[in-house]
Design a protein around this ligand. Structure first.
Ligand code: BGC
Length: 430
């Protein structure tokens, strides 16, 4: 698969905002401190969302250095983080999610932000699993920004109408709609760009096919029976079906390029987390109107969640007060609304109103609350929320092998997933 090039950007604003006038001459006021923030938000909507934070920080007199490294899913950003550690150039905050937050704590390099968490009552305003995930040994070391849902299907309504296809409600009607789109000469599904994108598709198919209990057993508990089960084989089989409706030359295309194809009517659908919604809005289309959002259909419903978060590091290149301000601003109600409207996610603060958010965000919130009650809320394996990097890598390898090797059977893929995940877990515990 073609590798996405690493694009590093360093964007700073703030001087103009922090400017003051002395004797009629505009002077740059000293900033109250600087924080460098490593992340992988480089698509149009992602950069816009990050600008909200940079601007809000600047308004308060802090300089936020936006160290953005391109590459959906963040594998390039992770590589850069490791090399920055080696060269003693740690960022003040880095985008890190799921169990990796706890792994980083073992380095002794993370920073305690209990002070801010206490002031803002994080343990009360955050959903339980998210609050827990931000802590190591009972201390907050990371700040969450949002809640993304993974198991979505984005559909261009007018393309569907022109093709005479009906909105899917289950797996069979989805395949029927894809067939109609194909006959009409449009790419039925935009996708298949790289392993991370294919794994994101697999994620959505897995919950719809097996449900939350199966998903949890397989991807959180790494239960061998669930991983090698008929249900997992069925998930692989469905991925093969989806693949047949994707552009065979789509490799190397980014997720946001694919979202663009759906918005422009060059493709009918995309299976992607709701960061795709950020791109839809950014392209002046209305999610829920021109582009429909439905939970990926199958026999089961559920909510596969992904909370973007930033882990704080003891960094000689960032000021502690700016790091605290970063965490505090990220969880302010104002930022939660502005950022999440642009990003496509919903606020992670449970007490923030969704008034003015689009209908897909409203649906997401409703489904999240229902899933929380029904034990149907699961952390996304494809977005690093369920397992450490080594295990996720092993699972990704099997998905990539299956996708690229059409002679591999779904049953063989399920068996390989069980054995490789087990091995990776053992190795990572050694
Ligand atoms: C992140 C999203 C991001 C997406 C694509 C995901 O892993 O959680 O915030 O928009 O990758 O870059």
């Amino acid at each position: 698969m073609r590798n996405q090039s690493i694009l590093r950007k360093s964007v700073t604003i703030g001087l103009s905002v922090a400017a003051m006038t002395v004797g009629g001459v505009a002077m740059a006021a000293p900033t109250k401190g600087t924080v460098s923030v490593l992340n992988w938000w480089t698509s149009g909507s992602e950069a816009k969302s990050m600008n909200v934070l940079q601007q809000m920080m600047a308004d308060k007199g802090y300089k936020m250095v936006n160290d953005a490294v391109s590459g959906g899913g963040g594998s390039n950003a992770r590589t850069v983080l490791k090399s920055r550690i080696q060269s003693n150039n740690l960022p003040g905050a880095a985008q890190i999610k799921g169990p990796e937050i706890q792994q980083w704590c073992t380095t002794g390099l993370t920073m305690n932000i209990d002070k801010v968490a206490k002031q803002q009552h994080w343990s009360k305003i955050l959903p339980g699993p998210v609050a827990k995930g931000m802590q190591c040994d009972g201390h907050y070391v990371a700040v969450p920004f949002n809640l993304h849902r993974i198991n979505w299907l984005w559909i261009n309504k007018s393309v569907m109408e022109k093709a005479g296809a009906k909105m899917p409600t289950d797996w069979d009607s989805l395949v029927a709609a894809l067939e109609k789109l194909k006959k009409a000469g449009v790419t039925p599904i935009a996708g298949g760009g790289d392993t991370w994108q294919v794994a994101t598709e697999f994620d959505a198919i897995a919950i719809a096919t097996g449900g939350a209990d199966f998903y949890r057993k397989a991807f959180v508990d790494l239960d061998q029976d669930a991983l090698s089960s008929d249900t997992m084989a069925k998930t692989f089989k469905r991925l093969r079906t989806i693949q047949q409706y994707e552009d065979p030359n789509g490799q190397g295309l980014s997720w946001n390029h694919d979202t663009g194809l759906v918005v422009q009517g060059k493709a009918g659908m995309q299976i992607m987390g709701d960061w795709a919604k950020g791109e839809i809005t950014n392209a002046d289309a209305t999610p829920g109107k021109q582009i429909a959002c439905i939970a990926f259909p199958g026999e089961h419903s559920g909510f596969v969640y992904n909370a973007d978060s930033f882990e704080m590091f003891k960094s000689s290149h960032s000021d502690k007060n700016a790091q605290y301000a970063f965490a505090r601003t990220a969880l302010s109600p104002k930022f939660q609304r502005k950022f999440n409207m642009a990003k496509g996610s919903i606020p992670v603060r449970e007490d923030v109103s969704l008034k003015g958010f689009d209908s897909c965000a409203q649906q997401s919130k409703k489904d999240f609350t229902a899933a929380e009650k029904n034990n149907a809320l699961v952390p996304s394996f494809s977005q690093d929320m369920a397992e450490n990097g080594a295990v996720k890598g092993a699972i990704f390898d099997v998905i990539a092998k299956f996708y690229n090797d059409k002679s591999m059977t779904p049953e063989a893929a399920a068996k390989a997933m069980a054995s490789q995940a087990k091995q990776a877990k053992m190795m990572s515990q050694m």
